[in-house]
Design a protein around this ligand. Sequence first.
Ligand SMILES: Nc1ncnc2c1ncn2[C@@H]1O[C@H](COP(=O)(O)OP(=O)(O)OP(=O)(O)O)[C@@H](O)[C@H]1O
Ligand SMILES: [Mg+2]
Length: 527
Amino acid sequence: MTVSNGWKVLLIDDEEDIREVVTIALEDAGYTVFSANEGQSGVRLCEEVIPHIVITDIRMPKMDGLQVLETVKKQYPDIEVIVVTAFGEMDLAIRALQLDASDFITKPINDQSLRLALRRARERYTARKALKDYTALLEKEKAQTSRELVRTFTFQKNLIESSMDGILGCDETDTIVIYNRSMAKMLGFKKDIVLNKMSWQQFFAPADVNRLQKNFASEGYGGKNRLYLYETTLVGVDNRKIPVQASAIRLLDQEIDTGLVCFFRDLREIRALEREVEDQARILHQDKMMSLGKLAASVVHEINNPLSGVLNYIRLMTRILRRGPLPDDRREKFMEYLDLVENETDRCSHIVSSLLAFSRKSPPSFGPVQVDELLQRCVALSQHKLKLQNIDLATRIEPGLPEITGDFNQLQQCVINLIFNAIDAMPQGGTLTLEGRCNQVENWVVISVRDTGHGIQPDDLPQIFEPFFTTKKEGYGVGLGLSTIFGIMQRHNGRVDVQSQPGLGATFSLQLPIDAAKLNAQHQNDP
Ligand SMILES: Nc1ncnc2c1ncn2[C@@H]1O[C@H](COP(=O)(O)OP(=O)(O)OP(=O)(O)O)[C@@H](O)[C@H]1O
Ligand SMILES: [Mg+2]
């Protein structure tokens, strides 16, 4: 029977005859044979060809077979070594077997014992290789499984850790075994004092614990053993109270309680925001009332003058008429008085309608706005206040300003706010310049209000558009004027800019887009 699957045999023997005979026998049996005539060259050849089996004579000059066996086995433990002993050298054979030789055969070598020894060596070699491959496979699978386990574990841990919601996991005795970063941040207790030491009940006021347990057992909050979007309060470090929205579920394994997992959403920011919105609405209302108050005061003065003029002329004309029919020579003067009365009454009615437009509580309505008309209206509304504070008004309104699209009342409110701020900045009087011009390049209409007042400190500049930022004495400013302007400008796709040098005054400019078609389309989509 031949062996034809590339088995390599290295034969080491100092006797040429034996080498020849054995080589022929092995080659006939299908082995690829390499041979060496002494130990050292045999070992070298072994390193070169890496045979599956080495057959070595025991007794050789210089390096004997036992040394060959030892050297080969040390370097290549997988190679099977068969030693050839002379008859009666049992002690050497035993020594060889102790050194892990796979077998021994005795001289003279007969075919059958050679074949038998080779078969055993092959079987040993194959079995060892299979075992090694299997072990390697097992090792690989083990490594892969543990890598996957570690990956899954790390992923789940990260998932729990990085959740924005606080996550709390308890075992069946309610002891906390999961306590993520958000939870720690919310409560302020460090992980090492919580994990495996505290129970969830310690994070609630006693009354809340009872309520929670009752609700948890009831069907009313998402089912038995569940709480769904349940609002309650956690108690953290230093008795810190945290309003939360909680969801919790009992973990049951075949009806056996194995633990509890809870999710908590911190409601502090939402609550603060709600409070802020409420405050803002309240203060906005107050501010509106204050602005109206200031405006009314200014308008009262504004109307008072023409009214007293009207009253004087009427009294004068009444006196004249009481004296008898109107003489022809006084007729013309009389008409003049009537004209004056008409003019002054007109002025009053203009002011009143401006006031109405300003104060009317109407939703924003976008329409065509004539910028020069807008500015004239603002001038009319603030003239009296300017005069009272000894402020000169210079208006520079470019003729033929293009029409823009916007809410007239809101834009008027912007300009008035700027004018009033400018007036406040010039308690000793000064000059207010109101300008309206067109920037053809950028397609803007620019309205600017410049004053020669105290200006704005560089430190204040970044904050002036923030709601409630004011440098005015209590009762004199709420700090909502500029933030209102900012909001209105945004709605108009416009901008508000400021330039100021402390001590020299400030210039505020409103830039409004001319592209009406675009704006129209946009605001039709507004809610
Ligand atoms: N023309 C200006 N010159 C100097 N400082 C100004 C001028 N306009 C605004 N400021 C500064 O910006 C701050 C904020 O102005 P804003 O109009 O928002 O509020 P306010 O005038 O203080 O109060 P409110 O307008 O609500 O009555 C002012 O308090 C002031 O410090
Ligand atoms: Mg203001």
